[in-house]
Design a protein around this ligand. Structure first.
Ligand code: SF4
Length: 118
């Protein structure tokens, strides 16, 4: 079986063809660099995504946050659900850890923006 995939690792957007034997990647063609083949293997065997969303302070200020690393795609809902329950206190600096181990993934959630006291 073959699958088509566009690499999202850089703006070139190489169109790749991935040959599979069951769930095993046999070959990747069309990629210009090694990042493309690594992305293809991850995407087809254990896809991951960065999670970006917001948390709120007690008085309703919205703080943009993101996972520090991509999380397994099937855990995104759990991560967003936990992040939505978090409450932060100002001030917040970009990179501050908001949740140390979101949804038991081992991955922290950090502030994506500095928000001073109001
Ligand atoms: S394969 Fe390499 S050059 Fe092509 S889009 Fe991916 S990162 Fe960019």
């Amino acid at each position: 079986m073959t699958k088509e995939l566009i690499c999202i690792c850089c703006p070139m957007g190489c169109r790749m063809t991935i040959e599979l034997d069951g769930e095993k990647v046999v070959s990747v063609t069309g990629n210009t660099c090694k990042r493309g083949s690594a992305y293809a293997v991850t995407e087809l065997t254990a896809p991951v995504r960065m999670v970006t969303t917001t948390v709120r302070t007690a008085d309703g200020v919205s703080i943009p946050v993101k996972t520090k690393e991509p999380v397994p795609k099937e855990r995104i809902f759990d991560c967003v659900s936990e992040i939505k329950k978090a409450e932060v206190t100002l001030p917040v600096r970009v990179g501050d850890v908001i949740i140390e181990n979101v949804a038991s993934t081992g991955i922290p959630v950090v502030a994506a923006k500095t928000v001073p006291c109001r």
